[in-house]
Write a protein that binds this ligand. Structure first.
Ligand code: TYC
Length: 118
């Protein structure tokens, strides 16, 4: 139930007192089927072996960052131990994490990426 208060003077669906006073209109919020999904952070973890260039490429290719932003995030992770690569609905975050770890495994780097609810 939403409550909308407005000055009168126009036409109101549910009431217009035409007195110059205030009209209070009540209406039920229209039903919508779309729900905003919960969001999850994809967090890159630092390690001592994955090359910086590899992490920057991951940030560009999987998380669609520009060179400068990818470098900034990689250095943040390198210096602070972890950092957010991107924020997505659950299944997208899950797929990106799996892709990162597959590419890292294939290249024989120990890079890890984890998910955290926002
Ligand atoms: N610490 C790594 C190095 O010195 C670089 C690195 C950055 C690794 C970010 C992982 O998520 C990472 N080569």
């Amino acid at each position: 139930m939403g409550k909308i208060t407005a000055r009168s003077g126009g036409d109101f669906e549910n009431g217009n007192d035409r007195s110059g006073g205030t009209v209070t209109e009540r209406r039920t919020k229209e039903q919508t089927k779309t729900k905003k999904p919960s969001l999850y952070k994809c967090i890159l973890l630092n390690d001592d072996y994955t090359p910086m260039e590899f992490v920057v490429e991951i940030l560009k290719q999987i998380f669609h960052k520009q060179q400068a932003e990818a470098t900034r995030i990689m250095l943040h992770v390198h210096q602070n131990g972890m950092g957010v690569a991107g924020v997505y609905p659950y299944e997208i975050a899950e797929t990106k994490i799996r892709t990162v770890e597959e590419l890292a495994k294939e290249a024989q780097f120990p890079l890890k990426c984890v998910m955290e609810k926002e």
